[in-house]
Structure formats: structure tokens, C-alpha cells
Design a protein around this ligand. Sequence first.
Ligand code: IPE
Ligand code: IPE
Ligand code: MG
Length: 226
Amino acid sequence: MNIPEKLPVHVTFIMDGNGRWARERGMERVRGHLEGVSSVRAVMEACVEWGIKYASFYAFSEENWSRPEQEVGYLMELMMKSLKGEYSTFMDNDVRLLVLGNRARLSRPLNAAIDYLVGATKDNKGLTMILFLSYSGQWDISQAALRMAAEGGKDISKYLVTAGIPDPDLLVRTSGEKRISNYMLWQTAYTEFVFTDTLWPDFRKEEFAAALREYASRDRRFGKVK
Ligand code: IPE
Ligand code: IPE
Ligand code: MG
């Protein structure tokens, strides 16, 4: 596979199009979520193989809580099963797991499973894999502002849930939608965006490599003159 030399330190994904992928095949929407887990695994393995240090995934937004109860329930169950099932993959590949978002809204068993996996992988030194769960960028900025004010701090980035994690260099959104949908609003100030029509369940190594080539061709100036 043709992988460029200039790779992002942090690549992030808005995994979109699972429902449409399933509907196109005459299946229930949730079948698309299940297939989407295989895409997460494929992308994670590629990051390990290509030496990318941070990969993050928008798995469930604060707004997604307003979906039908049955779909929300399925997604939470799927999250729990997939996380538990990946334990040995994380350990074998030196992957550190982080889960960021409004954890108070997650169920007790899901929080317990997350705590266990995050704890077990905390000293792994390879890829840092981040799941954004019950996350929204506006929620993140408000919780950060409140804590910063209480402590009399000055640097908001130290209070965001992403404190200590480099801002994303590349954001990939699948399924043809060209919007940020309340994702990392502060952290994407200078992120490069790649939009692809591919639906998330079809997004695998080849599509990821194409997004990386597109990223490598961009000229990042950060407001300066080159
Ligand atoms: C992305 O796929 C998964 C989540 C947002 C949880 P969607 O479920 O949004 O799929 P579409 O956009 O309806 O096709
Ligand atoms: C964004 O997808 C959220 C996640 C991928 C978790 P949505 O499908 O929820 O976004 P909108 O509604 O199309 O903006
Ligand atoms: Mg969607």
C-alpha cells in the first residue's frame, strides 16, 4: 500500500453513515453499527502498523442520546461488547485506551468496563486509541470553563477532556456530510479536514491510506507566510 512519509501525529474520525450502509442493503440500521466496529478495528491495526501515535473516534455524541431508545441501547451494548472483546488486541499491540466524554451519562456497567480497560492499558506505549463517548465540543468547552474559573486557571486547553493530547492534525469524516457536528470545536482550530463519500462500514485500510495521501499533499501554514 502506498503510505506517505508525512503522517499525522493525531488522526481523528467522525464515523458516519452506518445507518445508510445498512438501509442500502435492506437491513436494520443497527447492522451498520456492527459492521462499523470492523472498520474501527481495521483502522486501529493500520495505525499500529504505520506508526501513528494517536487515533481518535467520535463514537457517540451528546446529541445521539436523542435517537430512538432501541438504537441507543444497541449502541451502548455494542460498545461494551466490543471493548471487552478487544482486550487482548490492545495488550498484544501495545495500545493505550482512553475514553473521553460525559461519563456521568453512561451506565454503571459500561463505566466499569471502561475503567477496567483504561486501567489495564495505561502503561502501553504504542498507539493511543481514544473513543469519544457521550461527547460534544460545546459540553467540553463549558466543563473546561467552569473548572478553569473555579481554579483561577488561564489556559483552557489544560481543562478540556483532551488535556495532554496533541490537537488532531487530520480529521476524516465519512458518508459525504461536510460538517463538524459538535465534535472537538476548540481542538480542530488548525486541523486539516478530509471528507469522503465512503460510508463508515466500507472505510478500511485502502480508504484510510487515500485520506493520508490527501493529508500529505496539504500545505499547512498556521497563519504564517512560507
Ligand atoms: C454513525 O452512523 C454512527 C453514530 C452516529 C453513532 P449513523 O448512525 O449516523 O448513520 P447515518 O448517518 O444515519 O447513515
Ligand atoms: C456525528 O454523526 C456523530 C458521530 C459520528 C458519533 P451524526 O450522524 O450524529 O451527525 P449529524 O446528525 O449528521 O450531524
Ligand atoms: Mg449520521
